[in-house]
Design a protein. Structure first.
Length: 338
């Protein structure tokens, strides 16, 4: 008689998780392959429409009617969608760039990028962010509307990362910093205390992490750290799994002052001494202020021997109006692209 073997629950859970992970990977691969094939097809159709664009709108209308009659079970051949294919082909000049700039993302995301971005560089940057962060179309739309490309990729940031961190860590740290940060989920208030701002940010932690970006894990607010016989409290403490380091954020509801850098430097030393492991990279600090004089901030960071940056933050949902004076000018953007 065969001996009955009982399932060990811990072992079974591990096996179940492995199988679920394989299923998820397979589903993602299938979805990705579908996106690639469809986007290449739509791009090729768009190129044909471009070649015969002299035939005008009547050509697109007739083409739409005939394709829908030939393939009645397939969606995507409306006049509106064919015009998107045309714009897609115009935006992406070659199939090589197509694979870099969106063959794997959804068609809905591509249409958003066509509607809401101004050039190929911006289109490709958001595409890469979608792939790295797994953004839905809703998240992508929000990030474009918040001016993320200009705040993260093109912003003239105030940090000392190049002096205090070795490459490639310094470049990676520089890339993830934004200026300004947009906390549009928090109503603006003339006299908002730091503790109230902390409360509001933590209450909307999912949106806060979305703004900070991929890789940030929230460790806590007013995070206690013992130094000698005294206990100190860090406003917001994160760990970045991509940079493999702690990330200290100090919030200020006033304009930047040089003495803020000294206090943040102390916190970075404390975290390096008390929390950081031998496998962690140096702790990075970020001062988030209501405003800053860039030259003052640069002088304040010049001789600080800990990696830190200074950025502004914006509240309320009136992003477009509030960002007008803060986003780079057309001349700045062209200079940075070149």
């Amino acid at each position: 008689m065969a001996k009955k073997i009982e399932i060990v629950m811990d072992g079974y859970i591990d096996v179940l998780e492995k199988i679920k992970e394989r299923i998820t990977q397979a589903q993602y691969q299938v979805m990705t392959n579908v996106n690639v094939e469809r986007n290449i097809l739509f791009w090729n159709i768009g190129n044909v429409i471009l070649q015969y664009s002299q035939w005008g709108n009547k050509f697109v209308e007739t083409l739409s009617k005939d394709l829908r009659m030939t393939y009645p079970s397939r969606e995507g051949y409306s006049v509106r969608n064919l015009n998107y294919m045309k714009q897609f082909a115009r935006r992406i000049p070659s199939e090589e760039i197509l694979h870099q700039a969106g063959a794997k993302i959804s068609w809905r995301a591509i249409k958003l990028l066509i509607d809401k971005t101004d050039n190929l560089e911006e289109h490709m940057w958001y595409t890469q962010q979608c792939l790295e962060n797994g953004w839905s179309s809703t998240v992508l739309s929000h990030q474009i509307e918040s001016g993320l490309y200009y705040r993260q990729a093109l912003a003239d940031k105030t940090t000392n990362f190049k002096e205090q961190l070795a490459n490639p860590l310094s470049e990676q740290a520089e890339e993830i910093i934004k200026d300004p940060y947009i906390f549009d989920f928090i109503p603006n208030a003339k006299k908002l205390r730091e503790i109230e701002l902390e409360d509001a940010l933590v209450q909307q932690i999912t949106k806060l992490l979305l703004e900070f970006g991929s890789g940030f894990a929230f460790m806590g607010r007013q995070y206690p750290i013992q130094v000698g016989k005294r206990e100190f409290f860090i406003d917001l403490l994160f760990y970045n799994v991509k940079l493999h380091c702690y990330f200290v954020v100090e919030l200020k509801t006033v304009e930047f002052e040089p003495e803020f850098a000294g206090k943040l430097s102390f916190y970075l030393s404390a975290v390096d001494g008390e929390l950081k492991s031998a496998n962690d990279n140096p702790t990075i600090g970020l001062l988030l202020c209501k405003g800053k004089d860039k030259i003052v901030a640069e002088y304040a960071l010049k001789d600080v021997n800990k990696p830190m940056g200074v950025s502004e933050y914006k509240l309320s949902n009136h992003i477009s109006e509030e960002l007008q004076d803060k986003l780079p000018s057309i001349e700045d953007i062209e200079k940075r692209i070149n």
